[in-house]
Design a protein around this ligand. Structure first.
Ligand code: F6P
Length: 356
């Protein structure tokens, strides 16, 4: 039995741990693994692939990125903007089927986020034996309690806040730190709590800049002359605007809200304010131990699903246990931060202002 694996969409710490898990588990079951390069594109003729044996994956768990390469711009992209779905051309599906047949591959493991899992579902509905593995640093997929990459991204935010805190205190400044999170504020909220932010602004909670300014002034009156604000890139301004850069492939590139908020806060408070965008630092570098373990567990489970011919299913993490759900259950359902939930409650209880 031969299985294929590809990564698709943005890279994410822990992808190599998934590959390591897949190759290890497959070899124990006497299965061969073919890794397709640069996402789904590697499936198109001339197919771009490499055979992965256990010795090829020694030491890759700790590497960031993916040894297979990935892309979020491809002939297979199924998502336009944030909502609209695009059909994948029939010709592309036919070529995929031919590649898998020529290479004698009986299962294709797709490691990707919401858009890539939408593509995986499309291929599965077209009769291709697909298994999904969820991936996103944003941690916003409904059908899994956690995705690998999130913990590494949060660690990056916490490290940045620890560093920025000392310069903010020294200069008595307000520091606005923009973090990733297109549709959900998980990175901002977890990073903000763990990194000691004073104000956290997320897409799920409508905020008011006068209230943010009032919080800064109140801190000032109590002798706290510096304030740390974390804002998710996907948070909307009070007038409802998302701050975007441009189109990238099939989606809109977010970014810039940190600078906009810093300007407005400076005007409202008279405080010297600086913005810092963490951007792709949050996606790069070594995965944390949690993400290595989660990635490896996801990879092993994906092989079990392939071996059991349980196609059309996606690995899912629930209550410390790795199980599976149908890919259909997983796509197109964003898991947002619950404004009434325990994590928001914790943030408020420890004195974090959410701008509302
Ligand atoms: O979805 C993951 C994510 O990291 C988002 O948080 C971010 O908006 C986007 O990917 C960035 O994508 P790109 O690498 O194409 O700029």
């Amino acid at each position: 039995m031969r299985i294929g694996i590809l990564n698709s969409g943005g890279d994410c710490p822990g992808l190599n741990a998934v590959i390591h898990g897949v190759v290890g588990a497959a070899s124990k079951l006497g299965m061969e693994v073919i890794g397709f390069r640069d996402g789904f594109e590697g499936l198109l003729p001339p197919a771009d692939y490499v055979q992965l044996d256990p010795e090829d994956t020694v030491g890759i768990m700790k590497l960031g990125g993916t040894i297979l390469g990935t892309t979020n711009k491809s002939h297979f992209a199924s998502r336009l903007g944030t909502d609209d779905l695009k059909e994948i051309a029939e010709q592309v599906v036919t070529l995929t089927r031919e590649t898998l047949r020529e290479l004698d591959i009986c299962a294709l493991i797709v490691v990707g986020g919401d858009g890539s899992l939408g593509t995986a579902l499309h291929l599965y509905n077209a009769g291709i034996p697909v298994i999904g593995v969820p991936k996103t640093i944003d941690n916003d997929l409904q059908a899994t309690a956690m995705t690998f990459g999130f913990d590494s991204a949060v660690s990056c935010v916490v490290d940045a806040l620890d560093r920025l805190h000392t310069t903010a205190v020294s200069h008595k400044r307000v520091m606005v730190v923009e973090v990733m999170g297109r549709s959900a504020g998980w990175i901002a909220l977890w990073g903000g709590i763990a990194g000691g932010a004073n104000i956290v602004l997320i897409p799920e909670i409508e905020f008011n800049l006068e209230k943010v300014a009032a919080c800064i002034k109140e801190r000032e009156s109590k002798g706290n002359h510096s304030t740390m604000i974390v804002v998710a890139e996907g948070a909307s301004l009070p007038d409802g605007d998302l701050i975007t850069k441009d189109e990238c492939g099939n989606s809109v590139r977010l970014g810039g809200i940190g600078e906009v908020i810093a300007d407005r806060i400076s005007t409202l408070t008279g405080k010297e304010t600086r913005a810092c965008t963490l951007g792709h630092l949050q996606r790069g570098g070594e995965p944390t131990s949690l993400d290595r373990i989660l990635g490896a567990r996801f990879g092993v489970k994906a092989v079990e699903l392939a071996h059991g011919k349980r196609f059309g299913r996606m690995v899912s993490y629930q209550s410390y246990y790795v199980s599976s759900v149908t890919i259909e259950e997983a796509v197109d359902k964003v898991r947002k931060v619950d404004p009434e939930g325990q994590v928001v409650h914790t943030a408020r209880a420890i004195g974090i202002c959410l701008g509302d």
